[in-house]
Ligand binder design. Structure first.
Ligand SMILES: NC(=O)c1ccc[n+]([C@@H]2O[C@H](COP(=O)([O-])OP(=O)(O)OC[C@H]3O[C@@H](n4cnc5c(N)ncnc54)[C@H](O)[C@@H]3O)[C@@H](O)[C@H]2O)c1
Ligand SMILES: [Zn+2]
Ligand SMILES: [Zn+2]
Length: 380
């Protein structure tokens, strides 16, 4: 957490912080959690007639190694190639996944220098060959879990994990030619992040990773739809498919957890239990309609025992939003063992299980308990 705050502070030094005055409590809370940054009022808008087809020189927050400071550097952004789009970033915000990549704890995550960031609102500056659904001046949000629209994964209703543009924190180059569109003034390539890279004035993305939005929408807040809100709401709404009258436990009340609570509330869950080690999250939990709050640090019993007692045996759905293996275990054990009680997790499965062999056995053990209970969430 301290490191997340540090990263947010570093970004805030170069981009003014946006303080939402929105009467809509939910979005306001997420705004303060994800630390929105405003780039729209600071810089002049482009003239596409002058920039289209040319390299753009602009500023970006570049990370040169694991846990190294974000450095404001002058970079070069190439024009978009086939099926790509170049956008001007108007607003961007930070998510815990940026922090994980910044820390670069797994070797596979270490692609530096790199431009992080995946939540944003932008304006299309120019489009590459073959792009017909977007044009200069369109307002867009980047999505890290893109959709080509025609692969077997995009055409089934069972998932939205596209074969080509699915969420992949280890991909660092463009799909078209395996190269970077960012470089330093000396020509050194700068790697991409999560199909997006938004801590820059201009970025190049595949058109499959952009969604057109209404220009009259509250642009400052729309950035949270790139990840925090859609991933969290989608976890409850789509992946868990929460049913009316059911009980839900949500572990970790950052942007993801608060949005998951909103999804559970919208699906008419009758009991929503928030779990967080930060006592200040109690007020946020109440504000988004959670019915109960558990702080694992209070009391001697493990959280899953307390949740089982509160619910007469366990919750119907458990959603892990802390990205921590031990929290995942508690979340799993908090579900009852009758029927199909889905357990949704975010990064813990990929980060802790997938790439740290010592955890693989535990994953095997959990799968033996119930393969049906574990879902990796990237549903939006
Ligand atoms: N799979 C995806 O699509 C996806 C998308 C976004 C974020 N994520 C991941 O989801 C996780 C949450 O993201 P975020 O941006 O909301 O993070 P955040 O840092 O804003 O919030 C995390 C919350 O978890 C709490 N927490 C930490 N340790 C805990 C513990 N032991 N028990 C209970 N609560 C604890 C923290 O106090 C904090 O409130 C991260 O791991 C992030 O990488 C995954
Ligand atoms: Zn995210
Ligand atoms: Zn696809």
């Amino acid at each position: 957490m301290a490191m997340l705050l540090q990263a947010r502070r570093i970004l805030a030094q170069s981009l003014p912080r946006y303080n939402s005055k929105s009467p809509q409590t939910f979005v306001k809370l997420l705004g303060s959690t994800h630390g929105l940054h405003d780039n729209a009022t600071k810089s002049k808008l482009f003239n596409p007639n002058e920039t289209s087809g040319k390299v753009i020189t602009c500023n970006a927050a570049v990370v040169r190694g694991p846990k190294q400071p974000f450095l404001m550097e002058t970079i070069r952004v190439d024009p978009p190639k086939k099926m790509e789009v170049r956008i001007k970033i108007l607003y961007t915000s930070i998510c815990h996944t940026d922090l994980s990549a910044w820390k670069g704890e797994n070797e596979a995550q270490r692609a530096f220098p790199r431009i992080l960031g995946h939540e944003a609102v932008g304006l299309v500056e120019s489009v590459g060959e073959g792009v017909t659904d977007l044009k200069a001046g369109d307002h867009v949000i980047p999505i890290f879990n893109g959709e080509c629209g025609h692969c077997p994964y995009c055409t089934t209703k069972a998932t939205n994990l596209c074969q080509t543009f699915r969420v992949n924190p280890f991909k660092s180059v463009m799909q078209h030619d395996g190269k970077c569109r960012f470089s330093t003034k000396d020509g050194e390539p700068i790697f991409h992040f999560l199909n997006t890279s938004t801590f820059t004035e201009y970025s190049v993305l595949d058109s499959a990773c952009l969604v057109k939005i209404d220009p009259d929408s509250p642009l400052k807040k729309m950035s949270l739809l790139s990840c925090g809100v859609s991933t969290g709401v989608g976890a409850a709404w789509n992946t868990a498919n929460v049913q009316p009258g059911s009980s839900v436990a949500i572990f970790g009340l950052g942007a993801l957890g608060l949005a998951a609570s909103e999804g559970a509330r919208a699906r008419e869950a009758s009991k929503i239990i928030g779990v967080d080690i930060n006592p200040e999250k109690l007020n946020k939990a109440k504000a988004v309609g959670m019915t109960d709050f558990v702080n694992p640090k209070d009391g001697s019993k493990p959280v899953h025992q307390r949740i089982r007692e509160m619910t007469g045996g366990g919750v119907d759905y458990s959603i892990e939003c802390a990205g921590n293996l031990h929290v995942l275990r508690e979340a799993f054990l908090s579900t009852h063992d009758f029927g199909l009680s889905p357990m949704v997790s975010f990064d813990a499965l990929t980060r802790d299980f997938g790439f740290q062999p010592s955890y693989l056995d535990m994953y095997g053990e959990m799968r033996q308990i119930s393969t049906q209970k574990l879902h990796y969430n990237a549903d939006m």
